[in-house]
Design a protein around this ligand. Structure first.
Ligand code: GMT
Length: 373
């Protein structure tokens, strides 16, 4: 198939899933065309069957913000006809599904099928904002196919946007050749002294990730057990995190690593991963941790329930229950036998349920269904 993929090119779950899907589809000999304003994060090496088309926007004194949605639609239409695309697969509804709808009105060649993959905040935060609600609902409904990364998100979308069409659930996936218990050449001593546990968190440091909860959980754990906290990622709340670390005198114990494009080189060193988000449609970062053999503590009532198996490879608690999260972390880290079982379960489950082969086949099958529909 000839497939166009649009995503946000920056570090973040939706862009990572889109990029890795494109790379896997190219391995399966589909022709994959990325259309975005910059080369996606993790699309960092040449690969046969994979192409990138940059979207240019023009500044003009009248524009407070150049209208990217329009430039993207025009570029999509151009690439559709030039490369005979069968499918335009857009990741993150706002504004990509709208651009794809516009592109379909523009093309003068064979019409592509538009598939929109919903990732999370495009529904729960941005799309639900009154200023975007109607256009997001319209654009989702106008898509030929809709997928969501969890049952939790599919249900949220149906409830919030009153969508009656089928929303196919296709979970996030993991390339086990990259993310595994041996995917690092780093030594534990790079970050921690002998006898210290390593606890990790990865996110875009937005409010939804509740970074202060991450620090509070770690603070409680580190009062009982020797431990270091690795904070990976950047974002608006990084400054809050630094202030909180200072305030709690945790400077010696917390290491800010910023954005990292090879998190698989760090994750296998960790003993525990924290993701106490307010909302999490799936939790790709948690899956990456599990694949590297790291148990997860996160929030219940989110899509994490589809990733973390309570009492087997992690624990989930209601949002904000940091004392209970810390206690679960302390109990697990204090029991070497149990911790080893959780680590093994984590790796095994990630590999069995969310391996790239299985999930990419689900996308391929869905493409075929939409093309024939
Ligand atoms: O986690 C983020 O805020 C980034 C966001 C994105 O769209 O880039 O991630 C969302 O998509 C990921 C990939 O499908 C999911 O695994 C994350 O759970 C989801 N984030 C939220 O729902 C907060």
């Amino acid at each position: 198939m000839n497939i166009g993929i649009t995503c946000y090119p920056v570090a973040g779950g939706s862009g990572i899933v889109a990029t890795e899907l494109g790379q896997q589809l190219a391995i399966r000999e589909h022709q994959v065309h990325f259309i975005s304003y910059a080369l996606p994060f993790r699309l960092d090496r040449f690969q046969p069957n994979l192409y990138f088309h940059g979207v240019e926007t023009t500044a003009y004194p009248l524009f407070q913000h150049p209208p990217y949605t329009l430039s993207l639609a025009a570029k999509m239409a151009e690439v559709v006809c030039q490369f005979n695309l069968d499918i335009l697969h857009v990741h993150y509804a706002v504004p990509h599904a709208t651009s794809a709808f516009l592109a379909k009105q523009l093309v003068t060649c064979k019409l592509p099928k538009v598939i929109t993959t919903l990732h999370g905040t495009d529904i729960t935060l941005v799309g639900a904002d009154p200023s975007y609600y109607d256009i997001t609902r319209f654009s989702i409904n106008a898509s030929d196919g809709i997928t969501a990364v969890s049952h939790y998100l599919a249900n949220e979308t149906k409830d919030t946007f009153r969508i009656e069409k089928e929303i196919r659930v296709i979970h996030n996936f993991i390339d086990g050749t990259r993310f595994n218990t041996e995917s690092t050449s780093c030594k534990r001593r790079t970050f921690a002294d002998s006898g210290e546990f390593i606890i990790a968190h990865i996110s875009n440091f937005r409010a939804v990730k509740r970074i202060l909860d991450v620090i509070d959980i770690f603070d409680r754990i580190s009062k009982v057990l020797p431990a270091k906290l690795l904070l990976i990622g950047e974002g608006p709340d990084a400054i809050l995190a630094r202030r909180q670390v200072n305030k709690r005198n945790l400077n010696e114990k917390v290491i800010f690593l910023g954005n990292q494009d090879r998190v698989e080189a760090i994750l296998p060193l960790a003993d525990l991963f924290l993701l106490p988000s307010e909302e999490e449609s799936f939790g790709l970062a948690a899956l990456e941790a599990l694949a590297c053999g790291v148990p997860v503590i996160g929030t219940s009532g989110t899509g994490l329930v589809e990733v973390v198996m309570e009492g087997e490879n992690g624990f989930l608690f209601p949002v904000g229950e940091t004392a209970a999260m810390a206690k679960a972390g302390i109990d697990l880290l204090s029991d070497a036998k149990e911790l080893a079982i959780f680590k093994e379960n984590a790796r095994k489950m990630a590999d069995e349920k969310f391996n790239a082969d299985k999930i990419v086949t689900e996308y391929e099958d869905y493409y075929k269904q939409v093309l024939n529909g």
